[in-house]
Design a protein around this ligand. Structure first.
Ligand code: FES
Ligand SMILES: [Fe+2]
Length: 439
């Protein structure tokens, strides 16, 4: 009897990441263990999150000296803080005494940080300012200098990244083409700045972290996972409060609109973009519409073609842990091989019409919020995805959609008509590169 197994099955039982991604002219498959093996997850924390630029926050969250926020680099807790000179420092959120988290709040203002356990005090710049009941220590006590600093901190257009190792490419080098995509979003502000002003929305799911970052640039799922939302749109249209995140019409219209003028990009460095361009008619109607001055101002700064792409938006996934979707920054935090936390930070365009910023905020609440029509469906899908992988008699996941339609730029970035899995494959190519580096 013929075996039901594919001839490409049969990965070794060792932990070599090279064995977990199969690539060929007509093949692109990822092994189950890349999503479900705790040893692989540990290696990801070391070789991906431990060595690359990881998003930790936005400058507008810490505008003044004393403002701070807490974040994570992989599993490691950090504090992102503005010092008295206006500089941004990132410290490990771990007391030098006996290791407690020093700062428990997601964000705030503090003249200094006092450890909740035994009261050691650290300054905004991380220096240890005081050891409580100091006289109980030996006279020659070797006092640590302060919180341990993360060696590399840099920001791009207000997005702050940190890297746990000193050596490596610059942030701009790591971002590659993703920098252009971030520019497009931030340049929608007349002054070129975005602000995170609304409260974030946090959700946890029982699935691997890569399901979320793949989903950011996965156009394929929309008609299926979001079918209930599409039906609501079809029936009630924009009267349910949509501002632009998802434009209504029949399910067929919506799907056509989602495909029109769109490309899927997979960038060197593992970044992905679902590029979208508004039509000339749509752009003309915006230029002549209620917010015409705002769009005219942008047209004076950017070429018409560029503006059509800026307005079109499209989801950006910046490897390894941050996305820009609609008017939000989405941060993915791995907790365990099968547990992930996602935080959605809505942002506003500084200087854009108030109604535009408010409309987008309401629109996103409607789709992504706790009672929204979209995000809960995605999150359920990630858990189902993880549950399905427990059937290990089937080894491989297939990511071959659009493989034969890809084109490659001279820089090595790839693109294909929207709906293919080009951005997902770029992510896995980078995963393989980083995971294979033993040094
Ligand atoms: S653990 Fe921080 S003061 Fe003791
Ligand atoms: Fe979705």
């Amino acid at each position: 009897m013929a075996s039901s197994k594919s001839p490409i099955q049969g990965v070794g039982s060792g932990g070599d990441p090279q064995e977990l991604v199969l690539r060929g002219p007509h093949t692109f498959r990822v092994h189950t263990r890349a999503y479900s093996d705790p040893a692989i997850f540990d290696l990801e924390m070391e070789r991906i999150f431990g060595r690359t630029w990881v998003y930790v926050g936005h400058e507008s969250e810490i505008p003044q000296p004393g403002n701070y926020k807490t974040a994570h680099i992989g599993l490691q807790p950090v504090i992102v803080a503005r010092d008295d000179k206006g500089g941004i420092n990132v410290f490990y959120n771990r007391c030098r005494h006996r290791g407690s988290v020093v700062c428990r709040e997601p964000r705030g203002f503090a003249n200094n940080f006092r450890c909740p356990y035994h009261g050691w005090i650290y300054g905004k710049d991380g220096r240890l300012l005081g050891v409580s009941m100091r006289d109980g220590y030996p006279s020659d006590f070797q006092q640590p200098e302060g919180l341990q600093k993360v060696p590399c901190v840099d920001s791009y257009r207000g997005l702050i990244f940190a890297r746990a190792v000193a050596e490596g490419p610059s942030l701009v080098e790591q971002l590659g083409l993703a920098a252009t995509w971030i520019d497009r979003r931030v340049n929608m502000s007349p002054v070129g700045e975005i602000e995170l002003v609304a409260e974030p929305y946090v959700v946890e799911y029982r699935g691997n972290w890569k399901f979320m970052i793949e989903n950011i640039i996965d156009e394929y799922h929309f008609a299926f996972v979001h079918e209930p939302f599409n039906k609501l749109q079809e029936r009630y249209g924009d009267s349910t409060g949509d501002y632009g995140a998802h434009v209504s019409g029949s399910a067929k219209d919506m799907n056509q609109r989602r495909q029109a003028g769109r490309l899927s990009w997979g960038g060197v460095g593992g970044h992905g973009l679902g590029e979208r361009r508004v039509s000339d008619e749509q752009l003309d109607s915006l230029l002549a519409g209620e917010d015409g001055d705002y769009y005219q101002g942008l047209l004076e700064k950017y070429r018409r073609e560029e503006l059509a792409r800026m307005v079109g938006g499209g989801s950006v996934m910046t490897h390894p842990n941050v996305g820009m979707i609609h008017r939000q920054i989405r941060v993915v935090r791995p907790l365990a091989v099968d547990r992930t936390e996602v935080t959605i930070y809505p942002y506003e365009l500084k200087g854009a019409p108030e109604a535009d910023n408010q409309g987008w905020l309401r629109s996103q609440e409607r789709f992504y919020g706790p009672a929204g029509y979209g995000m809960p469906d995605d999150v359920e899908m990630f858990a189902l995805n993880q549950q399905g992988l427990a059937a290990q008699a089937v080894d491989w996941l297939i990511l071959e959609r659009g493989l034969d339609r890809e084109q490659v730029t001279e820089n090595g970035d790839r693109f294909a008509p929207v709906g293919g899995e080009t951005p997902l494959r770029a992510l896995w190519v980078e995963w393989l590169k980083l995971m294979s580096r033993a040094d």
